[in-house]
Ligand binder design. Structure first.
Ligand SMILES: Cc1cc2nc3c(=O)[nH]c(=O)nc-3n(C[C@H](O)[C@H](O)[C@H](O)COP(=O)(O)O)c2cc1C
Length: 464
């Protein structure tokens, strides 16, 4: 029956029906024709009106674009970031942020850094001491977009030697009431080779584009420099490819590797070292079974010795080598770490990674708090600060320390500096407050410093 109906409709459409008696068929006029006939020439007032509407629309559009791309714009903190947080799960928001920074849809810090924020570390000058911590750009996809947010230091990774998928989703949870996060990503990584190729591409693109600025760069020179890294060294360019900013690469370990093996880190130093201003040996992520065991005195010493030998055997400029530790270590363990670090000659320690503990001060629902993984954000700050102070005292302030954990504003950053941190890093507060975080903290530091400089306050707590 349905088939029959379809067929009969088709017939009706194909064969025009004979007009019923008394029906008059009037051929509809085309719209264009009727418009031409009836339209009056636009009056001066209409033209003026159209001109005003057009101009206002263009001015508003351009102003909105200008406003949107300024990282200080309130729309980021009070609209875009909260909307993203409400509409999507934590991992999707994270992916979106990376996508936006990668393709130039993210805002930028339009101001240059005040000289009072400048700091010298590892033989380099940084225009400001605020860094982005590892885990945000795990695969090195959005390096330039992230520097554009105003960070003086961007750390990509953790990168593992072989690609691995990490833990099943969901694996990142927001604890809104504590402005904190629990994650158990488990080192999802595209592996050394993929990141190395990405960094090599970035460097070669930069060299081609800046050939005009550097008369020493010629096409034949570029062709003869297989990775471009040695060429960038010869030109004295930071591996971040930015003046007064440093690029860190954080090295992880595959889940399938032997628990006590340090080979994964040695491989990382060799393959990614030529692209880094700073290499970070991460022995503190809680989501790879056995990893934190590498902080045990005997293995830790062996690990540091081997990575330093690998770093020192790199041709070209040697990146600084840091180790990143957990905030949950006991006082004795922290002393051992500090002693081993001093003995080995590493260039510094990042204090700290996420915590496996769950402080009693947490307000969030117990179902969230009991998710397995590392806790980050404000609840980590007291633990990380305690560890940093302990290490600073043990090393007599002779080792460069990077403070990380729960830094949300300038006061937090300065608290770390006074306790002995030369640089600071953050992750979770960027996820909660959006792209203006680096600028907000830098402005806040400047107003807190009054007539002092950042370098005046490093370790200030111990000077009285
Ligand atoms: C979702 C997420 C993923 C992370 N992944 C890594 C990582 O791959 N490697 C690493 O060394 N630290 C990682 N971290 C830890 C951060 O780098 C930082 O040490 C920690 O979050 C404390 O800083 P915060 O309180 O400012 O977030 C991760 C943190 C979060 C929240």
């Amino acid at each position: 029956m349905t088939l029959f109906r379809t067929y009969s409709y088709a017939r009706t459409w194909r064969t025009p029906r004979t007009p019923r008696p008394n029906t008059i068929f009037v051929r509809p006029r085309s719209r264009a024709l009727s418009t031409t006939v009836t339209q009056q020439p636009p009056t001066f007032t209409t033209k003026l009106k159209n001109f005003v509407i057009g101009t206002v629309s263009i001015v508003l559009g351009v102003s909105f674009i200008e406003y949107y791309f300024d990282s200080r714009a309130a729309i980021h903190k009070y609209f875009i970031t909260p909307v993203l947080r409400t509409a999507t799960d934590a991992e999707t928001s994270h992916k979106f942020a990376i996508w936006a920074a990668k393709w130039g849809f993210s805002a930028k810090d339009r101001l240059s850094d005040d000289e009072k924020l400048a700091v010298r570390v590892w033989g380099k000058k940084l225009s400001n001491p605020v860094g982005l911590a590892a885990g945000f750009d795990k695969h090195g996809e959005a390096i330039d977009g992230l520097f554009d947010l105003g960070f003086g230091y961007v750390e990509i990774g953790s990168v593992t030697p072989e690609p691995q998928p990490g833990n099943p989703q969901p694996r990142m949870f927001r604890l809104h009431d504590d402005k904190a996060v629990i994650n158990r990503y488990g080192f999802n990584s595209v592996g050394h080779k993929a990141v190395e190729l990405r960094l090599r591409d970035r460097l070669r693109r930069y060299l081609y584009h800046s050939a005009k600025l550097h008369p020493k760069i010629t096409t034949s020179l570029l062709a003869s420099s297989p990775d471009g890294a040695s060429l960038s060294d010869a030109l004295g360019i930071n591996r971040s490819l930015k003046d007064e900013k440093l690029l860190g690469i954080n090295l992880g370990k595959n889940k399938s590797s032997d628990l006590e093996s340090v080979d994964d880190y040695v491989k990382g130093v060799k393959s990614l070292g030529p692209y880094a201003d700073v290499l970070v040996v991460n022995v503190s992520s809680p989501n790879t079974p056995g990893l934190r065991g590498l902080q045990r005195k005997d293995i830790f010493e062996k690990l540091l010795n081997e990575v330093i030998i690998a770093r020192n055997s790199l041709s070209g400029r040697h990146p600084a080598l840091l180790v990143k530790i957990a905030p949950d270590l006991s006082n004795d363990e922290l002393d051992d770490i500090a002693d081993a670090a001093m003995k080995s000659g590493v260039d510094g320690i990042i204090v700290s990674n996420t915590t496996i503990s769950r402080p009693n001060s947490l307000y969030s629902d117990s179902s969230l708090v009991s998710e397995i993984g590392g806790l980050s954000g404000p609840p980590v700050k007291p633990l990380a600060l305690r560890a940093l102070r302990k290490i600073y005292k043990r090393t007599n302030g002779e080792l460069t320390l990077v403070g990380c954990g729960g830094i949300s504003d300038a006061k937090d950053a300065l608290e770390y500096a006074r306790a002995g941190a030369t640089l600071v890093q953050l992750y979770t507060s960027l996820a909660y407050d959006g792209v203006g975080k680096a600028r907000e903290i830098k402005d806040g530091i400047l107003s807190e410093l009054k007539d002092k400089k950042w370098t005046d306050v490093i370790g200030e707590q111990w000077k009285n």
